[in-house]
Write a protein that binds this ligand. Structure first.
Ligand SMILES: C[S@@+](CC[C@H](N)C(=O)[O-])C[C@H]1O[C@@H](n2cnc3c(N)ncnc32)[C@H](O)[C@@H]1O
Length: 215
């Protein structure tokens, strides 16, 4: 199995049983029309898709490359609009057809710089001019356990510093804030906040949320 196939396998097996926790900061969405076209990209089992719908947004679609996670979302919320992303990062949407993209804890699953750039470029393509992207992700952690696993992965030639392998086989990435900001350099920054979250394996971690507007 190559790296892409291994990652896809993870998100269809062990990854499909996890609980995700990044919080939605409702204030950032408070001024939006309830009929804004919202794409929850990498929606997992639709936790945030459901929260957006429950906030009154009527045109929310959750998409994810993992059929197992999409099936879990459909089982728990059959009223919501879910779809499988057949060949990520390609989104089955016309250019400028989305008002808001939500990207929660997805970059952490995409370790490679170039793959992250391609993903952000595709999301920029589908965003309407002045559309918003709301990103939530994990920062580099300062504890010894994480530092050890970043170093171990780097020694194996495993890509940018901050990439590591979890005990159950996912390859994930924690980010330098400067890298995350540079990834969204084509967007106008609107706001940024730090968050404390539990990882999908239940450990405390420091993260960041960024709201940016498509130029
Ligand atoms: C940690 S989960 C977060 C799920 C959801 N956004 C949430 O916060 O509840 C990461 C999600 O990213 C998806 N994913 C993994 N690799 C991806 C890729 N290359 N492109 C898009 N999504 C991916 C996984 O299938 C998984 O659903």
């Amino acid at each position: 199995m190559d790296d892409t196939a291994r990652q896809a396998h993870y998100w269809n097996t062990a990854g499909a049983t996890k609980t995700f926790t990044h919080p939605l900061h409702g204030e950032w969405l408070a001024g939006l029309s309830h009929d804004s076209r919202i794409l929850d990209y990498g929606c997992g089992y639709g936790r945030v898709t459901a929260e957006l719908s429950d906030l009154g947004f009527t045109r929310v679609r959750g998409v994810d490359p993992s059929p197992a996670l999409i099936a879990r979302g459909r089982a728990s919320r059959p009223d919501l609009d879910f779809a499988v992303v057949e060949s990520p990062p390609a989104v089955d949407r016309p250019a400028a057809g989305i008002d808001v993209v939500v990207l929660f804890a997805v970059l952490t699953c995409v370790p490679d710089d170039q793959a992250q750039r391609a993903l952000v470029a595709e999301l920029r393509r589908v965003l309407a001019p002045d559309g918003l992207i709301y990103v939530s992700d994990l920062l580099l952690q300062s504890d010894r356990r994480n530092q050890r696993r970043y170093a171990a992965h780097a020694e194996r030639g495993g890509g940018p510093y901050g990439v590591f392998e979890t005990d159950d086989g996912a390859v994930c990435r924690h980010h330098d804030i400067a890298w995350l900001r540079s990834l969204f350099a084509d967007f106008e920054p609107v706001d940024e906040r730090r968050i404390d979250v539990a990882t999908m394996n239940g450990r405390p971690a420091r993260g960041v949320q960024m709201l940016a507007r498509r130029r």
